[in-house]
Write a protein that binds this ligand. Structure first.
Ligand code: PEP
Ligand code: MG
Length: 314
């Protein structure tokens, strides 16, 4: 009888490798790209495009209604390219549009935006991308042209996800529109408790990275409106429930060799970043002004981890 085929080799246990925590920078306006790059940051962990798009004073829907798609794509392409050019060879993660509907209301085309009692919990982030494919497609077209122009350091990050199906769906749409999704760097923000709890399934769905959006993760975990001064004192970035969710998601990412990062405001707090490095985060992304002190906090914590390990082995 023919010999049974050899069993597939078991996946080698991945030894933890100390590679150094990357310190990246957040960018919200292309005009800030040079200043951000001058910090020497290891890349852009969050490039917001809301300001770029809100600054146009017309809704994405307006461009579609008025057959001005090319104009919209060109604005987006140019803005993102400015940032990519400032970070040659370094990863730049662009987040898809994440403006709540009320911020579009007073613009041209704003009358078409749905009225929502609670826009922060409404039609924003990936929900808008999925339910408005023609608007999502304009963004993807800009990304596609940048990839085609050789910017392979461009990654795309989806905000407000809470179920891996959303990621799978968005990726399938991108594939249909001609994106080489197998080789594109696509990831998600973890800013809803549901996505932190589902991180393993997100990894199975193929995310290349996950990044904590703590500004929202805190408000949704604790039910504290991040913009409501009546409860501002209860908005606690280091609440044990928030830390527990983060710790869990980091450990799942590490077990699976997936880059895990933070791009919320807590990533600009040296104390929080010290905690994150201790718990194994792979990169942090800070505000431009905070990069030096975050680099310092990371270096100090890493030095301590290495010294402790060396002493243990001595
Ligand atoms: C966050 O939620 O932490 C985040 C970075 O996104 P934004 O502040 O734009 O909601
Ligand atoms: Mg957010």
């Amino acid at each position: 009888a023919a010999a049974a085929p050899a069993a597939a080799p078991a996946a080698a246990a991945v030894a933890p490798v100390i590679t150094g925590t990357l310190v990246k920078v957040n960018v919200s306006l292309p005009e800030a790209a040079q200043r951000a790059a001058a910090t020497g940051a290891d890349g852009v962990g969050l490039l917001r495009i809301e300001h770029l798009i809100l600054g146009l004073n017309k809704t994405p829907g307006w461009y579609i209604e008025n057959n001005a798609e090319e104009e919209f794509i060109a604005e987006l392409y140019g803005g993102i390219k400015t940032v990519l050019d400032a970070f040659p060879g370094k990863p730049v993660w662009v987040r898809t549009l994440d403006a709540p509907t009320d911020e579009f209301r007073n613009m041209e085309g704003g009358e078409e935006e749905p009225f929502e009692h609670n826009p922060m919990l409404g039609w924003r982030g990936i929900r808008r991308d999925l339910r408005s494919p023609e608007q999502f497609r304009l963004q993807v077209e800009a990304f596609k042209r940048l990839w085609a122009a050789g910017y392979d350091n461009l990654g795309v990050m989806f905000p407000m996800v809470n179920h891996p199906n959303e990621f799978t769906q968005a990726r399938a749409m991108m594939k249909e529109w001609g994106v080489d999704v197998e080789n594109a760097t696509l990831g998600v923000m973890i800013e809803v408790p549901g996505s932190a709890l589902m991180v393993e399934e997100f990894i199975q769905a193929g995310i290349r990275f996950a990044s904590f959006g703590t500004n929202d993760l805190i408000q949704y975990t604790l039910a504290i409106d991040r913009n409501n001064e009546n409860v501002a004192d209860m908005y606690q970035p280091k609440h044990p429930a928030v830390l527990r969710l983060i710790d869990y998601a980091i450990s799942v990412c590490r077990e699976n060799g997936v880059e895990c990062s933070i791009c919320g405001q807590a990533g600009s707090d040296p104390e929080m970043v010290t905690w994150l490095v201790e718990h194994g985060i792979s990169s942090v992304s800070a505000n431009i002004d905070a990069v030096p002190r975050i680099r310092e906090a990371v270096a100090r914590k890493e030095r301590q981890i290495l010294l402790d390990a060396a002493r243990r082995n001595a």
